[in-house]
Design a protein around this ligand. Structure first.
Ligand SMILES: [Zn+2]
Length: 313
């Protein structure tokens, strides 16, 4: 019993220190980043939904350094995380932040933008990003404050000042990034960043590794995007969620297998006259052990797939 009490005290102390750090005003500690390839730094988000414990830090975010300036790619789930990411940039280089690129509309990728306002960068996104953000702004911010409380303070949606309709190249100085807008896949505002010098594709949420893919756009569009990524055959891929251990083919294969099986089984259910609820109750249950966050998102994926595919009959 004594040990247990002692353990509890130690644990409580740790939690309090963590909470104090998260609440601290001013410049937070740098967000841990890994040099993925020379000049490309990635922070590994928690494999979870946003909670007070993880502070909304659930997406892989990071930055790319040229000889002239820095491009941030996604800013995290809160202004606090954005400031921590900015601190990690400052630990690496004094070069200015000239671009803040948002890969899509989801709050865990965009709500740290406010941390970079004073840098006066171009905020870059798909040509559909601004409208997608505007139509979800109220709900994203309401949910953020509900789930994170004071940790959400200062977070805001800052829309793009430079939009990509098809493809655009940004030059960071001796480093060219090719930004590509995709047709609706994970969401209706997906944008990828390809670093020509290292042949690295920052795929963001077009690739989920270990964490279950979440369909908020189009299942068939996403399968098309996966085929196109294979055609591009990049040397490296940075996923939006999950580990980046260099074996992106394994991750992309698993994602494709999950989405393709979902499409196949939902089409069969619709053909057999099953209702959406019957589809949700039966399809893909055997995938549960393979994916983190299955219980949070799988039923929603079946529902989204059913709503999309019932119109193609
Ligand atoms: Zn996303």
């Amino acid at each position: 019993m004594r040990y247990r009490t002692g353990f509890c005290h130690a644990l409580c102390a740790c939690v309090m220190i963590a909470a104090q750090d998260v609440h601290a005003a001013g410049t937070p500690s740098p967000l841990p980043v890994t040099m993925f390839v020379p000049g490309i730094y990635v922070h590994r988000g928690h494999d979870d939904v946003a909670t007070r414990a993880n502070g909304g830090d659930i997406a892989n975010v990071g930055f790319i350094v040229g000889t002239r300036c820095v491009a941030v790619i996604d800013t995290g789930g809160t202004a606090h995380e954005g400031r921590a990411l900015r601190a990690s940039i400052r630990a690496v280089t004094p070069l200015p932040v000239c671009y803040v690129i948002n890969t899509h509309m989801h709050p865990d990728h965009i709500l740290g933008n406010a941390a970079f306002k004073a840098d006066r960068p171009q905020f870059v996104g798909s040509s559909t990003l601004g409208e997608a953000e505007a139509s979800h702004a109220d709900s994203y911010l309401r949910v953020l404050h509900r789930e994170l409380g004071a940790l959400a303070d200062g977070s805001e949606i800052i829309g793009p000042t430079l939009t990509v309709d098809d493809e655009t190249t940004l030059d960071l100085g001796a480093r060219k990034l090719v930004l590509k807008r995709w047709k609706t896949a994970h969401t209706n505002s997906d944008l990828t960043v390809y670093d020509e010098s290292s042949h690295t594709l920052w795929a963001a949420d077009l690739l989920f590794v270990r964490c279950i893919p979440v369909i908020d756009g189009s299942l068939t569009g996403w399968l098309d995007a996966i085929a196109a990524i294979r055609q591009m055959n990049p040397r490296h891929i940075v996923p939006g969620h999950g580990p980046f251990d260099g074996r992106w083919q394994v991750g992309l294969d698993a994602e494709q297998a999950y989405l393709a099986a979902l499409a196949r089984d939902v089409r069969a259910a619709i053909k057999a006259g099953k209702t959406m609820q019957q589809a949700v109750d039966t399809i893909g249950r055997d995938q549960r052990r393979k994916w983190l966050l299955f219980d949070q998102y799988h039923a929603r994926n079946v529902t989204a797939a059913y709503a999309e595919l019932e119109w193609e009959q």
